[in-house]
Structures are given as structure tokens and as C-alpha cells.
Design a protein. Structure first.
Length: 521
């Protein structure tokens, strides 16, 4: 006896309907009550309407777990193809079993094979305790490409395609390592959590009593650990920001970022900069205001805004083209370079270099933060990461010194000749030197000042002489071939865009053949 085609089609529709609409309405209701979207709702919200095509939709449906707790496929965001997966807490708690892991692994592989960005929406407690029946029946390839092995395609994809992770719920164990291998991690405040071991295990092992939020909440990872790149108020805002970030990125390392018409004049003067930046190097100001003034329409997408605030990194457009901004922030630790800022800066520089994004460095720093805490925690090693990233980078790079850059700051911000920065500009108000003017005067003339009849008058005289004779950028440019020009503050945007246009045809330097370098981690 044969089964009719119509009956098979009806059976297929029922199976797919259960996969799409969910097996457990009660669990879906719980998700909604918490203010969370379901796995499919997140995909539908993020992707262009009707563009999603699912992989392995009804895999494992005989176990009443269609999809095995993860929804995978491809679709479009603003017309550009992406591969995406979204873990489903309503099916086996979103835990990672062999089939679940296989789907995740293959989605990363397919993104890499197609040369399109990967977006992973994570909401999983970690590995699933396998059933004996699963262990016996799962094919070898599936076991090989299970969730515990997804780190391999993540690593192979690194620097080839952008990888973005949204942490949408509580993630633990192996569920946090794949995101950690991605380029960017976004979290939802008071909802997302990441940790290797949860509070119960922490309590058992070391006796520490700590909440989920305090152990690995979004605030912790955005402010303290630096693991995450941004936290947002809801699922929707987090997904909106993923979409916005993607608009600054190319689909792969063989492409350039998409241009976008911003309706902003390339030769627009920045008359406001003289009011934003004080003349005195001792006075603080917000570097964000400088960035907003010079980029197209004042739009800046900041990365890690809550972590290591002494350095600012993020994406903007100048004359419609994407640039990466790296800038000192005088309002935080006076813009000193630190262990955390070095990690933040070097990782961002390396990402931009992977994906053909030119760099603009806005410099105003008194150099590295002194003290035993920084030294004992390895500021030498962390600072060396920045030097490695700068010297390794081959994308166009322009540095502008606004007010001061002393000593090691010239190294850490790429101003020193020989580090590969293509164009270096100064404002006429810049102070240059190994040390600041006051420290230099004290070092060279301290005894003379203290022995003078009027020490205060002598100190001021020596300071005036030092500013004019040694710390004057007009003098510096006469002897320093590494400085391209001294420009007026109001010319900043125009000059940077002219430089970026000139460097747009820059050929990447040939490198010595090797497997890879050994960055000081």
C-alpha cells in the first residue's frame, strides 16, 4: 500500500508548522513575559522581511525537538546576505547537543565559504548531557562538528568575514567561547550573562557568594572585563545596533566597506574646534565633540564606550567612506595610555586592518600612565600589543596631534616616524617633547630656578623659552621629516579627507613569508 502524496505533504506541513510556531506555548509565553523575543522572532526582527531561508529546520523532529534548539539559515540585512543562527531556549533549554552543535558549526562554515558576515544570537546554558541513544546514532561527521568544535571554524573565519555575537540570555561554559572568538559582542542589560562557571559552582569551589548579574552581567563585561563591546536596554535595541554596526563593515576581507551618501561637504570647515579644545594642555575637554565635528553628519558608532574610557574607538564616515577612529580622551585619566586602553586600541586596529578600513588617530596624550600597578600588571607587554598592531597594519593611516604627545605617547599613538603611519599632521598649538614643558624645565633647570632671587619669575621665563625654542611645532617640523604639515584646527576635516582620498589607492606592503607573527598576548 502506498501513501498518497497529499498525505505526505500534509504530514510535512504539520512537522514544519510545529518547528516554526514552537512545540511549547508555555515556554514561549515565559520568554515574552521576561521581555525577551523568541529565537525566530529575533531573526525575523533583524533580517529583511521575507529574506530568511532556514537550514535543517526539521532536524531531530522525531525526538519532539525540531531544530534541536537552534534556528540557522541565511537572509539579508539592508539587501546584503548574512548567515545567522539563533539559539532557542524553548527547545531543550537551548542546550548544545551534537545536532545543535553541528548546525552551529555548519552555519559558520557556510558563512566562510560564501564570504558573508556571521551573526550568532546566543541564549544557551552550555553543553547538554548526551543521551546514550544520541551517542550511538549520530553520524561521525556530526560528532566531529559538534558544538564543542565550533571554535575551529570561528578561528578560520577570523579576519576573513566579520563575526558578530548577540548575547541574548544566560550563557555559560562552551556557550561563551564561540562569542569570545567573534569580532564583536553585544549584550542586553539585566538580561544577558556570560560566565565559565555559574554562582553555584563559584560558591562550592571558593566560597564566594555572588549573583548571576554581578558575576557575568552586561555591566560587568562592558565596564570591567572588556569582554563585551556594548550593552543595550532590550532585545530590539541590541538587534538594531547589530544591524547598524554591519552597515560599517564589508562582507569579507576582499571587499571594502559600503559607501553611504551622507550629504556632508568634504571641505566643510570646523570653526567650532577652537572653542572645544582649550589651549592649555592642563585643561580637559571631551574628545567626542571633536569627533562629532569632523565626521559626516556627526555620526559615530563607538565600540566599548564603557571600557577603558581613556581611549575612544569606533566607526564613522568621512566623505561617505567608512573610517576607524582611535582617539585619546582627556576627560578620563587625562588621556593616558593604560593596560586596558592598549588592549582596546590594538584589537580595534587589527580589526580595521583585516577589513580594509582606514584609520584616523586623534592624538592628545601625556603618554603611558605611571605607577607600580600598571608596571606589575604588565604595561610593557600590553603596550607592545599596540606597537605590534600599528607596525603590522597596512591600511591607510593618518594621525593628527591636537595639543600634546609626550614620550611613549608618540609610540603608542603611531606618531613616531617609522611605525607605518602614512600622514602625520600637527595643530599649531601642539606641545612636543620627551616630557611636558614643566617636567622638562624642572629636569634641566631645577637647580638654577631654586637658586634664583625670584624662583617663580625664573621658572616662568624658562617655561616661556622652552615653549618657544623646544616645544614649538614650527621648530619641530623644520627638523622632523615625519610631520606632513601643520594645519589650522578649522581645516581638520578637509585635510583628513584629502589625505584619505590620496591614500585610497595605497598598495599593501609585501611581508616576509611566515605562518603568522607572535603578537605579545
Amino acid at each position: 500500500m502506498t501513501i498518497s502524496v497529499s498525505k505526505r505533504i500534509k504530514q510535512l506541513r504539520e512537522i514544519k508548522s510545529k518547528a516554526i510556531h514552537g512545540m511549547n506555548e508555555e515556554k514561549i509565553a515565559i520568554q515574552h513575559k521576561k521581555g525577551k523575543l523568541t529565537a525566530r522572532e529575533r531573526i525575523e526582527y533583524l533580517l529583511d522581511t521575507g529574506s530568511f531561508v532556514e537550514f535543517n529546520m526539521i532536524l531531530n523532529h522525531l525526538e519532539t525537538a525540531p531544530g534541536d534548539g537552534i534556528v540557522c539559515g541565511h537572509g539579508k540585512i539592508d539587501g546584503r546576505t548574512v548567515c545567522i543562527y539563533s539559539q532557542d531556549m524553548t527547545v531543550r533549554g537551548g542546550s548544545i547537543g551534537p545536532l545543535h552543535g553541528y548546525k552551529m558549526y555548519r552555519t559558520v562554515e557556510r558563512a566562510l565559504e560564501m564570504g558573508v558576515p556571521l551573526i550568532g544570537l546566543h541564549d544557551s546554558p552550555g553543553g547538554r548531557l548526551p543521551k546514550i541513544s544520541e551517542a550511538k546514532t549520530v553520524h561521525g561527521e556530526v560528532m566531529e562538528k559538534a558544538g564543542t568544535s565550533v571554535f575551529y571554524p570561528n578561528t578560520q573565519a577570523s579576519g576573513v568575514i566579520p563575526q558578530i555575537a548577540g548575547i541574548m540570555g544566560r550563557c555559560a561554559g562552551i556557550s561563551v567561547y564561540s562569542p569570545a572568538l567573534n569580532d564583536f559582542i553585544f549584550m542586553v542589560d539585566k538580561q544577558s550573562e556570560m560566565f565559565i562557571t555559574g554562582p553555584a559552582m563559584v560558591k562550592t569551589v571558593i566560597g564566594e557568594d555572588i549573583s548571576f548579574e554581578d558575576l557575568g552581567g552586561a555591566k560587568v563585561h562592558c565596564q570591567l572585563s572588556g569582554v563585551a563591546d556594548g550593552r543595550f536596554s532590550s532585545d530590539r535595541e541590541c538587534l538594531d545596533k547589530i544591524k547598524e554596526l554591519l552597515g560599517y563593515l564589508p562582507s569579507n576581507a576582499d571587499e571594502t566597506p559600503p559607501d553611504h551618501e551622507m550629504a556632508d561637504k568634504a571641505d566643510r570647515m570646523n570653526e567650532d574646534l577652537m572653542d572645544i579644545v582649550p589651549e592649555s594642555p592642563k585643561r580637559s575637554y571631551d574628545m567626542h565633540r571633536v569627533i562629532y565635528s569632523i565626521v559626516d553628519q556627526g555620526r559615530f558608532f563607538e565600540i566599548k564606550p564603557e571600557f577603558a574610557g581613556e581611549i575612544i574607538v569606533g566607526f564613522a564616515r568621512m566623505d561617505n567612506k567608512v573610517v576607524g577612529i582611535v582617539a585619546n580622551q582627556p576627560t578620563v585619566r587625562a588621556g593616558c595610555l593604560t593596560i586596558d586602553s592598549s588592549d582596546k586600541q590594538s584589537r580595534f586596529i587589527r580589526f580595521c586592518d583585516c577589513f580594509n578600513i582606514p584609520l584616523v588617530l586623534l592624538v592628545d596624550t601625556p603618554a603611558y600612565l605611571p605607577g607600580s600597578s600598571q608596571e606589575h600588571r604588565g604595561i610593557i607587554r600590553h603596550g607592545a600589543k599596540v606597537l605590534y598592531a600599528l607596525c603590522e597594519a597596512t591600511v591607510p593611516r593618518i594621525a593628527l596631534v591636537l595639543r600634546k604627545c609626550y614620550g611613549g605617547g608618540n609610540l603608542g599613538m603611531g606618531v613616531m616616524p617609522g611605525l607605518g603611519t602614512d600622514l602625520v599632521y600637527y595643530w599649531p598649538t601642539v606641545e612636543v617633547g620627551i616630557l611636558g614643558a614643566e617636567a622638562s624645565v624642572e629636569l634641566y633647570f631645577g637647580d638654577e630656578i631654586r637658586k634664583a632671587p625670584n624662583p617663580d619669575e625664573m621658572r616662568q621665563q624658562r617655561l616661556n623659552d622652552f615653549y618657544e625654542d623646544y616645544s614649538n611645532p614650527m621648530r619641530e617640523i623644520s627638523a622632523n621629516w615625519g610631520i606632513e604639515d601643520i594645519i589650522e584646527p578649522r581645516e581638520t576635516r578637509k585635510v583628513l579627507i584629502q589625505g584619505l582620498h590620496f591614500l585610497s589607492t595605497k598598495r599593501r606592503n609585501k611581508r616576509f613569508p611566515k605562518a603568522h607573527g607572535n603578537i605579545p598576548l
